[in-house]
Design a protein around this ligand. Structure first.
Ligand code: ATP
Length: 512
């Protein structure tokens, strides 16, 4: 099996070679952790967004959409806690001048202890075979016990240092002898907090300009509009407001391609509920969101929940849906029970009431909120990386195929005249003229037809329609299925129905 890193490298290069994702401003050597979506990427991304929007907004009578501005009144970010608490603890190496997240350095160290323990476990497993009892081994083997208890102790001290005193985090780094991963130097500065928000200015003159931030999340645009939407839409609790849009974070350790970017897109929904009913809705949305992911058919084994033990200041329950990315299980979506923290904070800072009159209870209250928040770019990476496959065919040849869920594929069908003459291009174009009202379709007449099939496989196109000499006689074509490579001879008039059946959002969302 190919190594994880190789698979990931392949994902990045395929995305570039086939026009999905380019580094931003590449002619100037790019901008770190910023990417552009190319001709095929923009279609895939749009389809994922639409798939989310349809399932959240169109299919739910009590959820409506919103498109709030990226720039917001700066007090928003005081109230939300981002000005004071949206920080990463940073440490610099004085020799190499490299900057790191102090907590990540310690976590990586702890993870190495974990790996050492795992190695011992694997060795023992190989030795004892079927008789191996993992639980017993982990609690009795002296080495494993030592590695794991040391790991726990380090993580506990890190957590305490992060909340109480960052100097303790530095002391921990020194005590463990953690070195700069790139140079080996142990000459560290103090740990300092670094705010992740990008600042900008509104206004022309230096004196009158107002300091603003690019929003680090879309959620606050929903909270400040809560009452406007509730009143103008005559919404009744429970109801939700959904939004997709750009968010900006000055991430320090921005690697792993589009997994962690400085400019990214979120798809968020805030669901407003009666106080006391939030847990039931939290569980409802956890399950519903997982079902949405599973409906895409990327494999149940690739998802897991991670319930948070340590909660953010605004939450009374939180979980991540983690996905098995090429570099391991990582957060894809967060589901948070945010209490009434945000609306109350905006009441306090704005001096306005943000309350709902519940006609059934005959009382006013600040609703509680359950949030679902998924990164569109991370979704893209999950779908793209899992779909990219290398296959060995029966004749021993290899093919690269992007097995995207057909509903998300950028191009639904490619129409290919077998040869560039005898009127076949003309018929192909007529087919395109007809289908393009409903689907994204492509035309390709260059190279031998086998090579054209392979190119469409690599682009993730679910169908190839080939026009040949028989078409001239009986108005039939062959339709080739990407995943099975099976070809059927069908009437031109049947094409729309065949494609529709496989790509319609309805058919996919019904699997939820
Ligand atoms: P992480 O722990 O990975 O930094 P987070 O917990 O800060 O993520 P949230 O604030 O809960 O993330 O944001 C919700 C979602 O937005 C995440 O689940 C993720 O899919 C996406 N997201 C967050 N930060 C980034 C980023 N820098 N680049 C791309 N997507 C992101």
């Amino acid at each position: 099996m190919a190594k994880q890193e190789d698979i990931f490298k392949n994902v990045v290069s395929h995305a570039k070679e086939y026009g999905f994702i380019f580094p931003s401003s590449e002619v100037y050597d790019g901008l770190s952790a910023v990417y552009d979506y190319a001709q095929n990427g923009v279609e895939l991304k749009k389809n994922i967004r639409e798939y989310w929007w349809k399932s959240m907004v169109q299919m739910n009578e009590n959820i409506v959409g919103l498109d709030a501005a990226i720039l917001m009144h700066p007090t928003t970010w005081k109230a939300s806690g981002h000005v004071d608490a949206f920080n990463d603890p940073l440490i610099d190496n004085k020799d190499s001048k490299k900057r790191y997240r102090a907590d990540t350095l310690v976590e990586d160290y702890a993870e190495k202890l974990n790996q050492k323990a795992e190695k011992e476990i694997e060795k023992a497993k190989a030795r004892f075979g079927d008789a191996f009892n993992r639980e017993e081994f982990v609690t009795t083997n002296a080495r494993v016990v030592e590695y794991l208890s040391k790991k726990e102790e380090i993580l506990a001290r890190l957590a305490k240092g992060m909340t109480d005193d960052l100097q303790d985090v530095k002391a921990l780094i020194e005590e463990l002898g953690i070195a700069d991963p790139e140079t080996g130097s142990k000459n560290w500065t103090d740990v300092k907090q670094f705010n992740l928000m990008f600042g900008t200015k509104l206004g022309a003159s230096a004196e009158s300009a107002m300091d603003l931030y690019l929003r680090p999340e879309t959620a606050q645009g929903i909270f400040v509009n809560f009452l406007n939407v509730q009143k103008s839409g005559r919404m009744k609790v429970p109801f939700g407001i959904a939004q997709t849009g750009k968010a900006f974070r000055n991430e320090i350790v921005a690697r792993q391609f589009i997994f962690r970017m400085r400019e990214f897109e979120q798809m968020e929904m805030q669901f407003f509920v009666r106080p006391g009913e939030e847990m039931q809705w939290y569980h409802h949305w956890k399950e519903t969101r997982l079902k949405w992911h599973l409906s895409l058919g990327l494999g149940k084994e690739n998802y897991r929940f991670h319930d948070h033990e340590k909660l953010a200041h605004y939450a009374n329950a939180a979980a991540d849906i983690e996905f098995n990315f090429p570099f391991g299980f990582k957060e894809l979506e967060g589901i948070h029970s945010r209490t009434d923290f945000d609306l109350k904070a905006h009441e306090e800072y704005s001096g306005r009431k943000l309350q709902y009159f519940d006609p059934e209870l005959n009382e006013n209250y600040v609703p509680y909120v359950v949030e679902t928040s998924v990164g569109l770019d991370r979704m893209f990476l999950a779908v793209f990386a899992t779909s990219l496959q290398e296959e060995t065919l029966e004749d021993g040849s290899e093919r690269t195929v992007l097995k995207l869920p057909a509903v998300l594929a950028p191009t639904k069908a490619a129409v290919l005249p077998l040869v560039k003459k005898d009127g076949l291009p003309e018929i192909s174009k007529k087919i395109i003229e007809d289908l393009k009202w409903d689907f994204n379709v492509a035309y390709d007449e260059k190279d031998a037809v086998g090579r054209r099939y392979r190119r469409q496989d690599a682009l993730g196109t679910p169908f190839c329609i080939t026009v040949d000499h028989q078409t001239l006689e009986d108005e039939t074509v062959t339709i080739r299925h990407r995943d099975t490579m099976k070809q059927d001879r069908v009437k031109i008039t049947e094409l729309r129905g065949i494609i529709e059946n496989e790509v319609s959002m309805k058919n996919w969302l019904m699997k939820m």
